[in-house]
Design a protein around this ligand. Structure first.
Ligand SMILES: Nc1ncnc2c1ncn2[C@@H]1O[C@H](COP(=O)(O)OP(=O)(O)OP(=O)(O)O)[C@@H](O)[C@H]1O
Ligand SMILES: [Mg+2]
Length: 313
């Protein structure tokens, strides 16, 4: 896509080691280490105030770490030559002069970075703003501003794309569009990092997850592993005499008449118990834990740990 000949994007790695940022007594980012690799979409997932934007600002050299380092392709951001050609980022989509047209905004950025004017039309096409390129940005909807921010990030045809909550305020079609765009960027070998607090959206776009809670990295793994390894097994059951199953399993079973849900026991084990107690099952269905479920559990467990830790301190 982008009308560019096939090329490799340098397979650039973002590498954070012991990254820490304190604001006064708040540790916004606390000893975080990770590597974000090329050719896949990495989701940076965490609740509000967990340190996602701070981490992204540290990557982009917009803030200085209290401790630790972060590099892009082995260099600190400020040491990158022609950074727009290496990293494209959208942190705040509202950051554009309202009186300017979309094309003028991008043309100014292009001129300031030695990028040919023709590239402006290309990126306007990629983000679907070609028809409104002559309109003033002040009249743009939130979704159009998000697209314009992404157009600016793509100007230098960078190998790394960093987007902070790009789906915020987008409608269903906008979210579908961004998902397709990020997928194709990753498939071209680029390194794609996007943040979100919306787990349901991550589930559909990310290949790999970094999960952050209160400044600490809680998980760094492929999304499939995240869901299967940490998710408590949930099995839906339907059948006769489920009250017997309920008596055997106690609080792990939540039975209502002929239907119910069992947590923390495998389908195989439930099947074995049913046989042992002569229970006829019509249905025995493992329900895949969603990223949302797993994430909520993980953050809650971490908060509980911190709470106990502080109480005992
Ligand atoms: N410039 C700053 N000065 C003081 N505190 C800050 C500053 N920037 C962030 N913080 C604090 O650091 C913590 C992490 O904030 P950050 O914006 O990185 O979180 P976030 O994960 O991006 O949250 P959100 O989902 O709401 O965007 C919060 O407690 C926040 O209040
Ligand atoms: Mg943020």
């Amino acid at each position: 896509m982008c009308g560019y000949p096939a090329r490799t994007y340098g397979r650039i790695v973002i590498d954070a080691q012991g990254l820490t940022k304190h604001y006064g007594r708040t540790a916004a980012v606390d000893e975080v280490s990770f590597r974000v690799g090329p050719g896949r979409v990495t989701g940076f997932l965490g609740p509000n105030g967990s340190g996602k934007s701070t981490t992204m600002r540290l990557i982009l050299g917009l803030d200085t770490p209290t401790r630790g380092t972060v590099t892009v392709g082995g260099l600190r951001f400020r040491d990158l030559a022609r950074s727009l050609h290496v990293v494209g980022a959208v942190l705040d989509a509202g950051d554009v002069l309202a009186g300017r047209t979309a094309a003028a905004h991008l043309a100014m950025l292009a001129a300031g970075n030695g990028i040919r004017r023709q590239r402006v039309d290309e990126v306007l096409g990629v983000v679907g703003l070609a028809d409104v390129s002559g309109r003033r940005v002040g009249g743009f909807s939130l979704g159009m501003r998000q697209r314009l921010g992404i157009a600016a990030a793509l100007l230098g045809d960078p190998g790394v794309l960093i987007l902070d909550e790009p789906m915020n305020g987008l409608d269903t079609e906008g979210i579908r569009w961004i998902r397709r765009l990020l997928r194709s960027m990753a498939d071209e070998g680029r390194t794609v990092l996007l943040s979100s607090h919306l787990m349901s959206e991550m589930e559909l776009v990310a290949d790999h997850l970094l999960v952050i809670g209160a400044g600490r990295l809680l998980a760094d793994e492929p999304i499939g592993e995240f869901v299967s390894r940490r998710g408590e097994s949930v099995v839906r059951v339907r059948g006769e005499r489920l009250n017997v199953l309920s008596a055997v399993l106690g609080a792990r079973a939540d039975i209502h008449g002929e239907i119910g849900v069992v947590r923390g026991v495998s389908a195989r084990e439930i099947g074995r118990l049913a046989l042992e107690h002569a229970i006829v099952l019509e249905e025995l269905t493992p329900v895949q834990a969603s990223v949302e479920d797993v994430f909520t559990e993980l953050v809650a467990a971490h908060q509980q740990y911190r709470h106990q830790h502080w109480e005992n301190a």
